[in-house]
Design a protein around this ligand. Structure first.
Ligand code: GDP
Ligand code: MG
Length: 162
């Protein structure tokens, strides 16, 4: 079976942009409006000759009445249906309470989690990415999904985790 990689994180951190970058096509729905929840969408991907399925998730609705529940549900679904989780954080914002809530759920799931520090568009922002060590998920992988910076190293790490 082809391994499944789920992309999880708060709305607007760049999950769909990252998925587009990874699949090499503009296909995933990119939203400029935060909080638009979308169904999970799966795409075929290939890196270093290895196939995998990448699942773009909608992110939880930030104004949901019970946001903690929404975060837990998304993280749980991602963990149950995937072999590896790509957890995306906006490095220009830093770790938020919602990010930390998601991390607690993901760790409980026991699947490997690769931490993505997105929106590291230039070398100066690498310092922001190192702050994400505080999430306790190990090394943050700095990328710019928008410009492609760091995406090759990230994919190498994903294949290592599968
Ligand atoms: P999602 O809600 O997590 O799927 O986020 P989207 O992929 O829809 O992106 C949300 C916004 O962040 C869009 O305006 C993207 O262009 C922008 N964005 C995504 N990745 C990057 C990045 O690496 N750098 C910058 N500067 N903006 C980004
Ligand atoms: Mg999206």
């Amino acid at each position: 079976p082809v391994p499944v990689v789920a992309v999880v994180g708060r709305p607007n951190v760049g999950k769909s942009t990252l998925v587009n970058r990874i699949i090499g096509r503009r296909q995933a729905v990119v939203e400029d409006v935060p909080g638009v929840t979308r169904d999970r969408v799966a795409y075929d991907a290939l890196w270093s000759g290895r196939r995998f399925t990448i699942v773009d998730t909608g992110g939880w609705e930030p104004d949901a009445r019970d946001r903690a529940k929404a975060i837990a549900a998304q993280a749980e679904a991602a963990v149950q249906t995937s072999d590896v989780v790509l957890f995306v954080v906006d490095a220009t914002v830093g770790p938020t309470d919602d990010d930390e809530a998601a991390v607690r759920m993901l760790r409980r799931g026991g699947k490997p989690v690769v931490l993505v520090a997105n929106k590291v568009d230039n070398a100066r922002l690498e310092a922001e990415a190192t702050l994400l060590w505080s999430l306790g998920l190990g090394e943050p992988h700095p990328v710019s999904a928008l410009h492609g910076r760091g995406s090759g190293d990230l994919l190498d790490a994903v294949l290592d985790a599968i």
